[in-house]
Design a protein around this ligand. Structure first.
Ligand SMILES: Nc1ncnc2c1ncn2[C@@H]1O[C@H](COP(=O)(O)OP(=O)(O)OP(=O)(O)O)[C@@H](O)[C@H]1O
Length: 326
């Protein structure tokens, strides 16, 4: 898998739903000349709301804190002004930034800032939510506790409220197979990671013990006997329904306790298909008579009677509702 950063055109992610706002709202943006940059929708119905990290404040206990600021600490309140930045390339952006009004705040104000000054100093990137709800990845040029200057991939430079910035993860974490590995676990970072993997047909991603599946609405080369054998032998570790099913069956045998796999998602998310993929794995593990496969083959007949076309799903399962709510 390529670890290079996705091209700028992919770096705008639409946030769903439309009425959802968690950090800054659109009024944090002081320039509204940012157009829509190529959006790619990602299923986000099951994505948790932003878990804002990095709000911790380290308080000194001895002496005068003003003299004890550790510059490299992410909790250091030192604002970084445009003129303080090292000139490592980006000359064009630097010159644009220098024409923007200088942003500076008092030391006491800066001390209580979050990790954003640290991100700016290290020339890290941040997510910014545009008025239309899209997330876009920008490069921190300078920041203070109240305002920051951000360069967008399309070359535009924005002056935004610092509190509206969401820290982005370093490039090396692009496409990690477990969201737990992300340094910053927030909505745009999760969406970006899922989209990055989805673009490479990696529709499964772990979130700790949970498996997140993005419905590909197309055939993906992730199933079949070869894969089943590989997961049985544990020769692959990529997140997969087969891996979840394998763990369940092994733990059932080991602990002699029944196991459950809970599959949830909105209509059309792929629950039924996922359940069928899990049953395919169980049938293969069962080996033996092949009766398992015969049972699985009856699915289309059952679906012909029990499924219905709905607005959200051409093949919506209606069995469960009729079972529990006759
Ligand atoms: N892993 C997959 N690979 C390819 N296509 C898939 C996959 N999962 C789902 N799909 C596609 O999405 C469609 C809807 O999936 P599915 O019927 O499983 O949704 P559901 O969550 O069970 O919906 P409902 O709650 O309405 O029954 C499928 O008919 C199929 O076209």
């Amino acid at each position: 898998m390529s670890r290079s950063r996705v091209q700028p055109s992919f770096q705008s992610i639409r946030s769903l739903p439309g009425d959802f706002h968690f950090a800054g709202t659109s009024d944090h943006l002081e320039k509204s000349d940012v157009g829509n940059s190529g959006n790619t929708d990602v299923m986000s119905s099951s994505i948790p709301e932003n878990g804002e990290l990095g709000d911790a404040i380290v308080e000194g206990t001895v002496g005068n804190m003003d003299h004890q600021v550790i510059e490299d600490s992410p909790y250091c309140g030192n604002a970084l002004l445009a003129e303080d930045r090292p000139s490592m390339g980006d000359e064009e952006l630097d010159s644009v930034a220098s024409h923007l009004p200088s942003i500076s705040t008092s030391r006491s104000e800066r001390r209580w800032g979050d990790t954003t000054p640290y991100a700016a100093k290290k020339k890290l990137q941040s997510w910014i939510q545009l008025p239309n709800g899209d997330w876009v990845l920008g490069k921190n040029l300078s920041t203070s506790s109240s305002e920051s200057i951000i360069a967008l991939p399309d070359g535009k430079v924005l002056n935004v409220k610092t509190e509206s910035l969401i820290p982005a993860n370093p490039d090396i974490l692009d496409g990690v197979d477990d969201l737990m590995q992300l340094s910053y676990l927030n909505e745009p970072s999760v969406l970006y990671n899922l989209q990055y993997r989805y673009n490479q047909d990696m529709i499964y991603t772990k979130a700790g013990p949970i498996l997140v599946a993005i419905n590909p609405f197309k055939k993906v080369p992730l199933y079949g006997n070869g894969y089943i054998e590989a997961y049985k032998r544990k020769s692959v570790e990529s997140p997969h329904v087969y891996a979840i099913t394998d763990t369940a069956i092994r733990e059932m045998r080991r602990d002699e306790v029944n196991q459950s796999i809970i599959i949830s998602g909105e209509s059309g998310a792929g629950k039924t298909e996922t359940a069928k993929i899990a049953m395919q794995y169980l049938a293969a593990l069962g080996g033996g008579s092949g009766i398992e496969y015969e049972i699985l083959k009856t699915n289309p007949i059952l679906e012909a009677f029990g499924n219905a076309k709905t607005l959200r799903n051409d093949n919506s399962s209606r069995f469960v509702s009729s079972l529990f709510f006759p």
